[in-house]
Design a protein around this ligand. Structure first.
Ligand code: ARG
Length: 462
């Protein structure tokens, strides 16, 4: 077995199964580019402070760059003997540039190193997820723009409640995505702090300059306490909480698409680009994309729970438990990214709303009943009294198999003398929607204003 990377105080070597159990190289190889960048900044700082010579730093930076290339072209494939990505890179560096490579680890520890890597990784992925959110939003906004005048039943308790503009419905998800985007922006501030130079736990005896390396790496600030710096994973938990909410929102939308695509609703048609067939039932077209998105949400929530439980009993400072943060973070990032991409494609080209079916759906129910009550209330009947009158009207209609629009004017007037010919206009679905012109409501005018506000929000970057 290859010599272990740690100190000579060990005489025996690890049991092979324990070596495998201990190793993180199988997954933390995903950090390699960030590990290299972090190490390059550390080496430059060591030269800047006179701890190593400038030529030594140059050799280290160049050697690390070569490892980056080897990784990119697939020739650098460290195995379990390397234990983790940090040892793997350092060992390769020494192979490439000789003993100077052994100076790289001066004034730092793997504890502050791994903390630096994971923050650089997460900062980068947050930027990408924010860009995906923006794209998702703009696809929904584009779709909303073409469906301001399309009506869709609005539900509470999954019972028909009041008709809506389809655009209003879609814009609700744009709002959720906006909060997601802002949450990530907030989390990013706490991800973007440098623990580099905190050492194993207590700082270092070398005259390092933590500000210098932090600045090279684009960190906005530094951990002020070395113990906190090496053992904090709040930022990862915060990220996973933000990712969980993205997953909640995508899952709710998925649930709606699944309902809408069913024979019972028939509000959308799934296109062949995003639907699959059954192996036995030839008539079927399954909404796999939203189903997978709904299903994957559980993984992300699980990671949030996993990270919280991993942290709760840890004494200061670093404990090997923290190695478990990585698979959770990677999978959380990958899952949420993949779900956002899939849902963006689904709404861009994978489904089609059926306006004729939607517009007729809202004409076949009692979702205009509130408007009858509002009609009477506007004519001076106290709202609660009007509400009770309309309850009776609905009961009569149901017993006769009629809708409100089917009542004759005589029938209306028999119910209450305030009803006049304009009742028919008041209960027409399009008018029912248009009338909800309160700020944030579904009235067409409000929806157009909301679209405008959203457009200008999306055109700003922050
Ligand atoms: N692979 C380790 C991790 O992911 C790196 C830090 C190891 N530090 C230590 N003291 N053993 O956490």
């Amino acid at each position: 077995m290859a010599q272990q990377p740690w100190s000579q105080r060990f005489e025996g070597s690890l049991h092979p199964a324990i070596a495998l159990f201990n190793a993180s190289i199988g997954f933390d190889i995903a950090l390699i580019e960030y590990d290299i960048t972090g190490s390059q900044a550390h080496a430059q700082m060591l030269a800047h402070t006179g701890i190593i010579a400038p030529q030594e730093a140059e050799a280290i930076v160049r050697g690390l760059e070569q490892i980056r290339q080897e990784h990119r072209n697939g020739t650098f494939q460290p195995g379990v003997e390397a234990e983790d990505v940090h040892f793997a890179v350092e060992r390769r560096l020494t192979e490439l540039i000789g003993d100077t490579g052994k100076k790289l680890h001066t004034g730092r520890s793997r504890n502050d190193q791994v903390g630096t890597d994971i923050r650089l990784y997460l900062r980068d992925r947050i930027d990408r997820i924010q860009a995906h959110l923006r794209q998702f939003q703009s696809v929904l906004v584009n779709l909303a723009e073409t469906h301001v005048e399309t009506l869709i039943p609005g539900y509470t308790h999954l019972q028909r409640a009041q008709p809506l503009s389809l655009a209003h419905h879609l814009l609700a998800y744009v709002e959720m995505a906006q909060r997601d985007w802002e949450r990530l922006r907030d989390v990013r501030r706490r991800v973007n702090l440098s623990p580099l130079g905190c050492g194993a736990l207590a700082g270092t005896t070398f005259p390092i300059d933590r500000h210098y390396s932090a600045e090279l790496l684009g960190f906005e600030g530094l951990y002020a306490n070395s113990l906190d710096g090496v053992s904090d994973r709040d930022f990862a938990i915060e990220f996973m909480a933000a990712a969980s909410l993205i997953a909640v929102h995508l899952s709710r939308l998925s649930e709606e698409v699944i309902l809408w695509a069913s024979e019972e609703f028939r509000f959308v048609t799934l296109k062949d680009t995003c639907a699959t067939g059954s192996s036995i039932m030839p008539q079927k077209k399954n909404p796999d994309v939203p189903e997978l998105v709904r299903g994957k949400a559980g993984r992300v929530f699980g990671h949030l729970q996993g990270l919280l439980v991993m942290m709760k009993g840890l004494p200061l400072a670093y404990n090997k438990d923290l190695q478990e943060d990585k698979e959770a973070i990677f999978d959380g990032v990958n899952t949420v990214t993949a779900c956002l991409q899939a849902m963006t494609i689904l709404f861009e080209e994978g489904l089609e709303f059926r306006p004729a079916r939607l517009n007729s759906a809202v004409a076949e129910d009692f979702s205009n009943a509130t408007d009858v009550a509002d009609y009477l209330a506007a004519k001076g009947v106290p709202f609660r009294e009007a509400y009770n009158i309309v309850g009776t009207v609905v009961k009569v209609c149901l017993s006769q198999g009629k809708l409100l629009k089917d009542l004759t004017l005589d029938e209306w007037q028999a119910i209450h003398p305030q009803f006049a010919a304009d009742i028919y206009e008041a209960i027409a679905p399009r008018q029912v929607v248009a009338a909800r012109n309160s700020y944030g409501g579904t009235g067409f005018e409000q929806v157009r204003q909301a679209l405008e506000r959203t457009r200008s929000l999306l055109s700003q970057d922050s």
